[in-house]
Design a binder for this molecule. Structure first.
Ligand SMILES: *Cc1c(COP(=O)(O)O)cnc(C)c1O
Length: 219
């Protein structure tokens, strides 16, 4: 069930920060309740689940893919996806460009940076992200636009650790804003913070938070 009161409370805390309501595993009626309350940005982590839900919600919903994406699955989301938060290779970016071209659109993307200590989480290191941004092959990708960065902090009670990781990502974001400019590079969005750590993320400069369990209950 959509937690209307939690939603109202979070809106108060957000200011100009965009809220992505993470609806993964939740049934369509929960998304409809959220939509009726005013939510327009929904985050899903699986291609198949997002494609199943998309036709059931109004056309003005902005669909955010926040989970790992395989190149061969880009075609399913290319017609409608609003922002892909989880780009972690040039190969994936090339696949997104190709599919975007087929639909005569530009697909907005974020580079996912690995900032957590856990090895299991996907994403580029800072060095790998720099290499990607300096790769001349990027200039050929006319139908993608890199809009910013995404990161997930370590799952820990240690708030100083989380703060340190978000702060490092925010610093790298500013570095990218200053140093990487091109027709398809437009660093505006810093997607960081989830139910457990969004306040820290906002304090450290997030422009987007991805919140699931506070809005829809635990999974
Ligand atoms: C599930 C998920 C979230 C939301 O997690 P909550 O703790 O439920 O807020 C945010 N980002 C990503 C990438 C996720 O997979």
């Amino acid at each position: 069930m959509f937690q209307f009161e939690n939603y109202q409370k979070i809106l108060q805390e957000l200011g100009n920060v965009h809220l992505i309501a993470v609806s993964k595993t939740k049934p369509i009626r929960d998304l409809q309740e959220a939509y009726n309350a005013g939510v327009r940005d929904f985050g899903e982590n699986k291609v198949q689940e997002m494609c199943e839900k998309q036709p059931h919600l109004p056309q003005d919903v902005r669909w955010h893919l926040i989970g790992h994406l395989q190149s061969n699955k880009v075609k399913y989301i290319a017609p409608f996806v609003y922002l892909i938060h989880s780009v972690d290779s040039l190969k994936l970016l090339q696949a997104i460009h190709k599919q975007a071209q087929k639909h005569s659109r530009t697909i907005n993307c974020l580079l996912q940076i690995h900032i957590a200590q856990e090895k299991t989480k996907f994403g580029l290191s800072y060095k790998e992200a720099e290499n990607l941004l300096q790769n001349t092959a990027l200039k050929e990708l006319k139908n993608v636009c890199i809009k910013g960065l995404m990161g997930m902090a370590t799952f820990t009670e240690n708030t100083e650790q989380i703060r340190k990781e978000f702060r490092g990502l925010a610093e790298f974001f500013r570095h990218c804003q200053q140093n990487y400019k091109d027709f398809n590079l437009d660093f505006q969005e810093l997607s960081m913070g989830m139910s457990g750590d969004y306040r820290i993320a906002i304090a450290e400069g997030a422009t987007m938070v991805r919140i699931g369990s506070i809005l829809f209950g635990s999974r």
